[in-house]
Write a protein of this length. Structure first.
Length: 181
């Protein structure tokens, strides 16, 4: 199901019937930011278990350019290297996960993370944080700050950021769709 965002007078995106990866990919970085801020705040990790299809949505500083139009088309194709994330939740306050990457004809699981509820870097409200500071990851992967919130049933949106001393820097927006596994 695809639904366009509706923006209220204050400029906040509100959820309508639902968003899928295509609908989210059609939004600007600013619209994704508003939608993320208005999204359901998680109480637990129960909704993040499985192998959802992933999609890179918008690169923050180039989201309204011809370059981003090409990147968006490429990310929607079946040959885009990042296929999504695999999440494993068995109860408690933490889960685990790993990224799925396709290289030519081989799919690899790379860069594990631990999930937990914590305040978001974007607005300080609860989010599902993906912690890449794991011993098996290279140092530069540990510098990634990903967080997600549910914007439609089974569809989670999040910023991918780079950790810095003065706070994370937004790089791009991504989504995972548990309805497509």
């Amino acid at each position: 199901m695809s639904t366009a965002a509706i923006t209220d007078k204050a400029g906040a995106a509100s959820r309508t019937a639902g968003y899928d990866l295509d609908a989210l990919a059609s939004m600007s970085s600013a619209e994704l930011d508003r939608l993320y801020r208005s999204a359901k705040q998680p109480a637990d990790l129960k909704g993040v278990d499985g192998k959802p299809k992933g999609r890179m949505l918008a690169v923050d500083t180039v989201d309204q350019t011809m370059l981003m139009a090409g990147i968006s088309r490429f990310s929607a194709m079946g040959v885009f290297p990042w296929d999504g994330k695999t999440f494993s939740y068995s109860g408690g306050s933490e889960g685990r996960g790993i990224n799925r990457v396709k290289l030519l004809v081989t799919q690899m699981d790379w860069f594990p993370f631990v999930t937990r509820i914590q305040p978001a870097a974007i607005d300080g409200k609860p989010c599902i944080y993906l912690d890449y500071e794991q011993p098996e990851n290279p140092w530069f992967i540990g510098k990634i700050h990903d967080e997600i919130r549910e914007v439609s049933p089974g569809v989670f949106l999040g910023p991918a950021m780079w950790k810095r001393e003065n706070g994370p820097l937004l790089i791009l927006w991504f989504a995972v769709d548990f309805n497509k596994q």
